[in-house]
Ligand binder design. Sequence first.
Ligand code: PRP
Ligand code: MG
Ligand code: ZN
Length: 213
Amino acid sequence: MQTQLRIAVQKSGRLSDDSIQLIRECGIKFYNGAGKLKTEATNFPAELLFLRDDDIPRYVEDGVADIGIIGENVFVETQSQADLVKRLGFSKCRLSLALPKAVDYQGVQQFDGMRIATSYPNLLNKYFAGKGIKADIHEISGSVEIAPSIGLADAVCDIVSSGSTLLSNGLKEVETIFESEAVMIARKELGPLKEAILKKLLFRIESVQKAKG
Ligand code: PRP
Ligand code: MG
Ligand code: ZN
């Protein structure tokens, strides 16, 4: 069988549509039937895997996938050993600290001693370490914005894109700690055959990006 590059993309979420669109704009054709988690391209030596975004850095590191499209936020948080090969410019968002609307915000030192819910403990710890702040960080994997209203935390640190999730949970964004966009990552030592396929893909992505200006 011909060598194929295994590309991991998010199954559903903020990154998935744009990731799939980029691959199609590169002229790569594939069928993605509802619920199908793996599909082969029909005109390019590649296979697509549809996975949870948080799992992608690990799969790429372990060689289950060769490359992946992922938010830089997840890539950095997971401390993945994969290589960042290309910034993709879509799915821009930020990781921010947010407080209940009614709380008066005086400055970042206010977070000292607070209980903060987040799915990004590594990024948050690093940010606080740089400011000499000691907070009680509670890692939760989802629905972070609900934490203050149920008494689980005083503040949250989560991804903000449009801001509507914060708004509908009575929170306000007060500090941005990390800016993110979609990136392509690759596992180390792909070998010459897969390197060549990746090079071809990157060349096509650059053409697509140039055409868009
Ligand atoms: C983030 C975050 C919010 C939402 C914010 O989730 O956890 O739920 O996006 O977006 P908004 O400001 O436009 O309302 P993400 O897309 O990273 O999904 P996941 O946590 O399920 O991986
Ligand atoms: Mg996620
Ligand atoms: Zn605690």
